[in-house]
Design a protein around this ligand. Structure first.
Ligand SMILES: C[S@@+](CC[C@H](N)C(=O)[O-])C[C@H]1O[C@@H](n2cnc3c(N)ncnc32)[C@H](O)[C@@H]1O
Ligand SMILES: [Zn+2]
Length: 907
């Protein structure tokens, strides 16, 4: 069994950067075919698959060539030529060469993804010529996979042409039957882009019909806002609007609470929820049209609705729904569960049809009927029934895209050009006071019927043109990952990205589309629509409501993941490789997932953190995000027997791990990335053995215990790197301070990150609150701040202050120095006796870490006063570090290869 390239080295930095860019710009890429949640970037998938099928080259000098090839293949725009064996050739030529040099026959390789979702991995496997098996429990995912990995490849350009014809046909129907709703009567040349609706709530005290508006802003960039006219009691109870500036009015609706702008009465969230289902009133308050304004350079402008438009909007929803249900009895999906975060059921929105107003329902229904009509006719028109199926599928995707952009749970994006924030900006459905109804006939910005086709055409053409390698075969099937329908030892690779705990309620979210799909596709893909709604029973998410309570939900998820991994183990060939991508959020999720992998008998052979964002860029509001993505490479290795978790084992383990840590440090990992990069080596060691046993009672060691030990090694290691030596006198609090500054500088940390340090250092984090640490709220989450001298000034003002640790003493001295306090000399003498030279080493370390910080300046002053020379880190050094993209080590003879890149290439 040859070691694969990914088990040796992987271009984590560049894959991370490319992935981030890809997320920001999805146009022309597969996510625009249909919305799906937690999609992996395609460039990462490409690099992962290529580096998994090619081996580590037998000649060391080819390492860089291979590395460059994989890095290049993982870019959004593939480089034109790359260097291979001193020749400049295209990426595809290089791949073919490497395949033939290593006797790799792609058409004989089988890969599978049991959690295929939007189909990223199957697609990229296909593009490399491999045979791909994709499955998912969710029928909508299966449809997306077909639309992404099967139909474009199978039918090519003629599919795009046939789609154009049929999309236009639907458009004509909307135009013919409904255009009056979307026309400006006075200036028909002005194209309406969307209508702004608000829900209303009657004030319990004064009867004012309160429009539920968070913020009256319509566009910050072009200075438009809704200006409400609040009537006094004699004038009636309706709020009228004009459009203007400045935006001064205070919102009426915040965090579920309503404040009456007339009598200032506030109505609690609970009352609002209770009464909302009865108070179903809402109205159009503004219309946005695509008329270019040369003055402001705006692409459109707002006006208030005309009388006719208001009249047109008064259609009773009940009637529309009843008519619809007559025709399509299965179309309305009752929300079966209270997905904790949603809560829209509490407002009476307890089924999918209630997510639309009557006009939105009417247009969606018109489209649905036309699609049904086309489906009936098309059978005669095209010989190949699969081709007809494909056409109806993409038309249905057009319908669901419109549903996403045309529901009463949309929003308005106000800072820039006014645009629609679609329903599923996040997975889940959330109550909105103000929402948007789009004009399906519009020709500009998102939310128009033909606009969807335009973007679809782009992606399909890309998919058809993609890859110069002969495509492999694909098989797509709805399947439960806990029970795969593949024979034992039949697959060469598994590439998969499993669901993570309760991160995303896939099935509950896709229910929003399920009814529409069942109505348009139920007879075309009957196997996928046997259920009333998206299948949920076996979905691997942790959902307390579904499973009765949180304990059951957790246990279902954990056991289920265990079964899924055992299935991966079973269908994988003896020398197969399973690559599991895991998005990491918190320690608990990690431990569970790893336990499940280990229980399945898979052995983790190596891991890579994907640096989706560099440690520094990952911050918003100066809070460190611990979210990251890790690639776990697993094999079916024979495990070594039992090991005792004794002194000898631990020493041995520490040495091995430190060796790898050294390598990661050299590769430039710092902060959260560094801590994550250590998990790989730790789990390689852990999963090597049948079991690691507790010396005292022969019980297998818990992952939690093991990770505690690893964290200790990690903390010790980074501390040594920070101080430049092993510390004997610095107490735990000081160590915590140093390691925080070294890893995250002045940024704040979520509890999980703090806990990692405190428990590794044996500290009680509660005890540190009010001393070194402070809890603060940032954007409604609690995070921790590590306080510097200035933050603690008030404490130090106390004449009798008595420091309890080295860092405390240092900060206190810094403060006294800045105040020219006469007691400083005595105290410093006292601390020096207590802590020795370490006192100054710590000061120097903090200066090195953030030289420009006010605290470092204090410490510099302090050191100079006591005749200590302050060593500054050289700038040269820093610049050098930036230029090294990725360093790697040939372990056999320890040659270090540093791959330097120039700045231009980096951009
Ligand atoms: C993280 S997503 C995969 C995303 C995918 N890699 C992509 O790039 O689009 C996880 C998937 O697991 C699926 N899933 C959950 N439980 C399952 C089960 N028991 N069997 C099969 N698939 C399941 C969900 O429907 C979801 O599509
Ligand atoms: Zn009132």
């Amino acid at each position: 069994m040859k070691k694969k390239f990914i088990e040796y080295i992987f271009p984590i930095k560049s894959v991370g950067i490319e992935g981030r860019k890809e997320k920001q710009n999805a146009i022309g890429r597969i996510p625009s075919i249909h919305l799906y949640f937690a999609r992996r970037p395609t460039c990462a998938a490409r690099a992962i698959i290529l580096s998994s099928i090619i081996p580590v080259p037998s000649e060391d000098k080819l390492l860089i060539d291979y590395f460059n090839l994989i890095e290049g293949y993982g870019k959004r725009k593939l480089p034109k030529k790359i260097s291979y064996k001193d020749n400049l050739i295209s990426i595809y030529e290089a791949i073919k060469l490497i395949f033939s040099e290593n006797s790799i026959k792609p058409n004989e390789i089988k890969v599978f993804d049991p959690f295929a979702g939007g189909g990223t991995f199957p697609l990229e496997a296909l593009n490399l010529g491999l045979n791909s098996y994709a499955s998912d429990l969710n029928p909508i995912a299966v449809l997306i996979e077909k639309a992404t990995c099967e139909y474009p490849q199978k039918f090519g350009k003629k599919l795009v042409d046939a789609l154009e014809e049929n999309f236009l046909r639907v458009n004509e129907t909307i135009e013919k039957e409904m255009s009056n709703l979307y026309k400006n009567e006075v200036h028909p040349e002005n194209e309406i882009n969307f209508f702004v609706w608000v829900r209303e709530f009657k004030c319990i005290e004064c009867n004012l019909i309160i429009p539920l508006i968070k913020n009256y802003l319509l566009s910050k960039k072009y200075q438009w806002a809704l200006i409400p006219k609040i009537p006094d009691a004699k004038e009636g109870d309706e709020v009228l609007f004009s459009i203007g500036w400045p935006n001064k009015s205070e919102g009426t609706y915040s965090r579920g609470k309503v404040t009456c702008p007339r009598c200032r009465n506030t109505i609690s969230k609970e009352t609002v929820m209770k009464q909302m289902p009865e108070q179903k009133t809402e109205k159009i308050v503004a219309v946005y049209e695509n008329i270019y304004d040369p003055k402001s350079n705006a692409r459109g402008s707002f006006r208030i609705p005309s009388q006719k438009e208001l009249k047109n909007s008064e259609i009773k929803r009940e009637e529309v729904i009843n008519e619809l249900l007559n025709e399509y009895p299965d179309i309305d999906i009752k929300f079966q569960e209270k997905v904790a975060a949603w809560g829209i059921q509490n407002y009476g929105i307890d089924s999918t049809l209630k997510c639309f107003n009557s006009r939105q329902l009417i247009v969606l229904t018109k489209i649905l009927r036309t699609i049904n009509q086309i489906a009936r006719e098309i059978e005669k028109k095209y010989e190949n029934p699969e081709f007809s199926k494909a056409i109806i599928l993409y038309l249905s995707f057009g319908l669901s895209k419109l549903a996403d952009y045309n529901s009463n749970l949309t929003e308005l994006l106000t800072p820039r050009n006014p645009t629609i924030v679609h329903t599923f900006k996040r997975a889940g459905l959330f109550m909105k006071g103000l929402y948007i109804e789009t004009n399906p006939l519009k020709t500009d910005s998102t939310g128009g019927w033909m606009l969807y086709f335009k973007s679809l055409k782009k992606v399909l053409n890309n998919l058809i043109d993609q890859s110069k390698i002969k495509k492999g075969k694909i098989l797509i099937k709805q399947m439960d990952a806990m029970e795969l329908e593949y024979p034992d030892e039949s697959m060469d690779f598994c590439f998969t990205d499993p669901p993570y705990y309760d991160n995303i309620p896939y099935a509950a979210s896709t229910d929003f589309f399920f009814g529409w799909f069942k109505a348009s596709l139920g007879t075309i893909f009957p196997d996928l629509f046997l259920t009333e709604s998206t299948p949920k029973e076996n979905e691997l998410v942790q959902d307390s409501y579904r499973k009765g309570n949180s304990k059951n939900a957790k246990s279902f998820y954990e056991k289920g993941m265990g079964r899924a991994f055992s299935e991966i183990y079973r269908v994988l060939k003896e020398d197969g490789l399973a690559i599991i991508i895991f998005a990491h959020k918190d320690n608990n999720a990690w431990q569970t997932l790893l336990q499940a992998i280990i229980d399945s008998k898979l052995t983790i052979t190596s891991t890579w953190p994907v640096l989706m964002e560099s440690a520094a860029a990952v911050r918003t509001n100066n809070v460190v995000s611990l979210d990251s993505v890790v690639i776990l490479n697993c094999r079916k290795l024979k495990r070594e027997g039992f090991k005792y978790y004794d002194e000898e084992f631990r020493n041995d383990l520490e040495n091995k791990i430190r060796f790898k840590l050294e390598r990661n440090w050299r590769q430039g990992f710092r902060g959260a990335d560094f801590f994550l990069s250590a998990l790989g080596p730790a789990f390689e060691e852990f999963s090597k053995f049948e079991a690691i046993l507790d010396v005292k009672n022969d019980n297998p060691l818990k992952i939690k215990e093991y990770l505690k030990f690893i964290d200790k090694i990690l903390v010790k290691f980074s501390l040594e790197k920070t101080l430049g030596h092993e510390s004997s006198t610095a107490d735990a609090e000081t160590q915590l301070y140093l390691i925080w500054r070294a890893s995250y500088q002045l940024a704040k940390l979520p509890y999980d990150g703090v806990w990692k340090f405190t428990h590794a250092l044996g500290l009680d984090d509660k005890h540190l609150e009010g001393k070194l640490l402070k809890k603060v709220r940032v954007k409604s989450t609690t995070v921790y701040q590590c306080l510097d001298t200035n933050d603690r000034k008030e404490l130090f003002m106390d004449k009798n202050y008595s420091p309890s640790s080295l860092i405390d003493a240092l900060q206190y001295s810094g403060y006294l120095w800045s105040e020219n306090d006469i007691s400083l000399d005595d105290l410093v003498k006292q601390y020096y006796t207590k802590y020795g030279e370490e006192f100054w080493y710590v000061a120097q370390a903090i200066i090195n870490l953030i030289p420009e910080s006010p605290e470092s300046k204090l410490f510099m002053g302090l050191m100079r006063k006591y005749g200590k020379s302050v060593k500054k880190t050289s700038k040269e050094n820093k610049k050098d570090k930036k230029n090294i993209q990725q360093t790697f080590v040939i372990e056999g003879n320890n040659v270090i290869i540093e791959k330097k890149i120039n700045k231009k290439e980096n951009k």
